[in-house]
Design a protein around this ligand. Sequence first.
Ligand code: NAD
Length: 487
Amino acid sequence: MTTETKVEAINCKHFINGQFVESQNQKSFENINPATEEVLGHVAEGGKEEVDIAVAAARSALQGPWKMTTLEERSKILRRIGDLILERQEELARLESLDTGKPFSLANSVDIPRAAYNFHFFADYVISLGTDAYQQNQEALHYSIRRPVGVVGIIKPWNLPLLLLTWKLAPCLAMGNTAVIKPAEWTPMTATVLMEIIKEAGVPDGVVNLVHGFGPNSAGGAISEHPDVDAISFIGEPSTGSSIMKAGANSLKKLSFELGGKNPNIIFADADMDEVIATTIKSSFINQGQVCLCGSRIYVERPVYEQFLEKFVEKTKELKVGKPFDADTNVGALVGQEHYERVNSYIDIAREDGGTILTGGKRPEGLEKGYYLEPTIIADLDYTSRCINEEIFGPVVTVVPFDTEEEVIMQANDTHYGLSATIWTSNLKRGHRVAHQIEAGIVWVNTWFLRDLRTPFGGMKHSGIGRTGGAHSLEFFSELSNITIKL
Ligand code: NAD
């Protein structure tokens, strides 16, 4: 059964100073449906000129009515935005699915509800936020106040477009900043609809601006080097983070980076194997494996290695790869041709490196158009293989047996990445012990992707700079001034 019939793709314009506008030179690019390879619509292609206008609007809006809004008023606006997202949930989920190739059911159950929750969460959280005060004997009283950082550039990836945009935009607005957003070029639609919602919710013109376009020498580069942008909140690849850092160096921008991951999924022999399999299927292949937190390096203690492989392969084969709007689809299309070819190139590398493809590794039968790939499990690779060391960001995992705790900790940490890790064991002491030694910003024991938005979220090493979540997000999006009163 398909639910595609009601879908209407949209053409995407920039949103600057409260108005939808084309590019100054009328330039645009095609938006391609990854599930069919057909053109969905056109997207205005912005560059330096559009970014200059958007930044000027955002800077001027810092001094407008937005400056006078109280925390309570901003909280109400955030709540309203969350409500309006939910009112348009199905439409947004359809657009997200069309743009990314992900199953509609996933967009409708995870991406869009969480996008609304990002606003609802920060609407509540910001109200409860306090600051420090210290009395220094009878001599002085010190207290701090928060103010906005200023104009924030928000640059986004394509894997969870609305979820990740709202994860940054909500705390950005909560703290009274203004924003210039650049969505990923492959997934522009839900960000565009969000601008309608922002306007309807009563956000003053110029506070939130959106410029479509590409990365270097385009809108992304222009935001990164703009002298009037005070901070950049970026989610994407480590190499892009490095370019943004260089571009922003002259104007000493404040930076928050959430970058890639090559996350270990460590399975000890005493773990509950049914739970391990059910969750590992998700942590390997949800969203076609295009989640920064996916556990793409699976390590299994040798006594249960064969048993794990047998069940894991069996359950993986049961996953239905299909069109995003088919109700029984578990795995949809990858986001685009370039990415599809890149992911497939790792399967060639695995073969050259002597790996065994236990299942998958090819286009599913019956899906001749679109960027579809069967969920793929690779074994028998040496630790030096690029498939084990580089982020593939697709439905491809490697499986490696291990003999000792020390050995698996060493292998898990043997990477430039440090985003997340999962540990499966029924021995709680070992759970704590191993968790403390894994170099990752987020470690799950006997679960995966269980999030509480108050907790610190982010990566170590090349997986990020800084933490978001709860107070950590509000910290990034505000400047503290300490005030000392002599008593
Ligand atoms: P990407 O770095 O290629 O692009 C991200 C964004 O940056 C896009 O909007 C792009 O146009 C822009 N961009 C590219 N080059 C730029 C430049 N030189 N200057 C300014 N902007 C530039 O990443 P992607 O392929 O869209 O996303 C996948 C990556 O994102 C993976 O590495 C994934 O792990 C990571 N990711 C991390 C998290 C996290 O929370 N840590 C979440 C999701 C995705």
